[in-house]
Write a protein that binds this ligand. Structure first.
Ligand code: FAD
Length: 433
């Protein structure tokens, strides 16, 4: 006989969005016992971006509770005790395998049932696997993906076991670049293989990519572009030992880390909620077409007012802000108040070695490079402005200070005329907006 528990508010998923939602519920006024968070992971919500950065460092690595939310945005760390104190039930190591939105019941793998008045979907994404691309031998041991803390722990264990060994990183996106850098810091022999002709091809221009590629090569990282891993060989112990590339090359490997994309986790709601693009369709309040169900973070496809477009955004800043918005809406509607629609300014960032970049806005139109992008400079600082219809609609900056990054966010928000302001950027003045 399965047990059942009831909550006024239930969050499925215990990642970034869930943690920020919990904090917002408390800010807005929450009674003990009203809220539960159900998470497949064994730990309280944490700042996921740390997993491909300082979590992997050989010295001074971050560990929980050091990066529980909301420390990543300068807030208080919410430790497991905080949830207890606030009467929020953290239901960990629990995977929901069925969601019946008509009867408002979620069922866990262990057969527990959880009913709700209001549901917030915050299931995030999962890493795509090389097996899904038909890569032969991709089920070998020592091929790693990075999404959850348990993935990072397995990688850390293997970094220790294969000290200064050879790693092949598959993928030239966020994960590939951050893990590639972290493995080099661990003194591994690192090769990054990617299909595209440039790093971070969805965002970087040729000039931006050229800077980071040269920087990586100066650090002793080998780059192989324009080809893909098509097969893996493993030894008698089942561990990967070689990567075969489409162009015929074979690379030795003790460890492979793949960062080949992510997919929003929305299968549980298939046929029950409207979809848009590959996510759950919401309005600017993160309401789905079921009045009692909200979707936030990676899974939501929502209207971006600034660009009059429906988009899904897989980034931490949006996960935090969308969660807060949904909770504000839930509380406001209980009190018959209205709140403004979500007004997202896309923001992406990354940090590797001594580098740190930020991008705000839209990378459409004509990109114009400014600053010193010589990878051999002692302190390179450069950026790119994207110009569309005569306006600056997106700005990228490497090496900016916190104030400068705020200033470029403002530029992307205000969209000033390029003719008048591009020269300011060239002169290193970011504060005109
Ligand atoms: P998540 O944080 O992924 O949380 C989803 C949670 O739901 C997980 O705990 C998962 O276990 C749980 N879950 C899923 N399905 C179920 C189920 N059926 N039952 C129970 N629980 C379930 N973004 C940036 O902007 N900058 C970065 O530098 C950056 N670095 C990143 C590095 C890594 C390694 C990764 C993986 C992501 C990174 N991101 C970065 C992206 C960012 O972390 C995500 O966009 C953000 O975490 C999304 O938040 P979320 O709450 O929607 O999902």
């Amino acid at each position: 006989i399965s047990e059942e528990k009831s909550f006024k508010y239930l969050i499925i998923g215990g990642g970034v969005a869930a943690g920020y939602a919990a904090r917002e519920f408390v800010k807005q006024g929450l009674k003990p016992g009203e809220l539960a968070i159900i998470s497949k992971e064994a730990v309280a919500p944490y700042e996921r971006p740390a997993l491909s950065k300082a979590y992997l460092f050989p010295e001074g690595a971050v560990r929980l509770p050091g990066f529980n939310v909301c420390v990543g945005s300068g807030g208080e760390r919410l430790l497991p005790e905080w949830y207890v104190e606030k009467g929020i039930e953290l239901i960990l190591s629990t995977e929901i395998i069925k969601a019946d939105l008509d009867s408002k019941i979620l069922t866990s793998a262990a057969g527990m049932k959880y009913s709700y008045d209001i549901l917030i979907i915050a299931t995030g994404s999962r890493a795509l696997r090389l097996t899904e691309f038909g890569v032969h031998g991709a089920d070998a041991k020592n091929i790693f993906y990075l999404r959850e803390i348990s993935d990072a722990d397995k990688l850390v264990e293997e970094i220790r076991a294969k000290k200064k060994g050879k790693v092949v990183v598959v993928g030239g996106g966020y994960i590939g670049l951050e893990v590639g850098a972290a493995m080099r810091i661990n003194q591994f022999d690192v090769t990054i293989v990617y299909r595209e002709q440039l790093f971070m091809a969805r965002l970087f221009t040729r000039e931006i990519a050229a800077f980071y590629e040269a920087y990586y090569e100066n650090k002793g990282i080998k780059l192989i572009k324009g080809t893909a891993a098509v097969a893996f060989d493993s030894g008698a112990n089942g561990e990967v030992k070689a990567v075969k590339l489409k162009d015929g090359r074979v690379l030795e490997a003790d460890i492979v880390v793949a960062g080949v994309g992510a997919k929003p986790l929305i299968e549980l709601f298939e046929g029950q909620l409207d979809k848009a693009k590959d996510g759950i369709k919401t309005d600017g309040f993160f309401e789905t077409d079921d009045p009692d169900v909200y979707a936030v973070g990676d899974v939501a496809t929502f209207p971006i007012k600034l660009y009059d477009d429906m988009r899904r955004v897989e980034h931490v800043d949006h996960a935090r802000k969308s969660a807060e918005q949904a909770v504000k809406v839930i509380k406001a509607s209980e009190e018959n108040r209205s709140i403004p629609e979500y007004d997202c300014l896309p923001y992406f960032y990354s940090r590797v070695f001594n580098l740190s970049w930020s991008f705000y806005g839209d990378n459409v139109g004509n990109p114009v490079l400014f600053g010193d992008n010589n990878p051999a400079s002692a302190k390179p600082k450069f950026g790119t402005a994207w110009i569309k219809n005569g306006k600056i609609v997106g700005v990228f900056l490497e090496g900016g200070t916190a104030e400068e990054n705020k200033a470029i966010a403002q530029i992307a928000r205000v969209q000033p005329p390029a003719e008048k302001y591009l020269d300011q950027l060239r002169k290193g003045d970011y504060f005109f907006a």
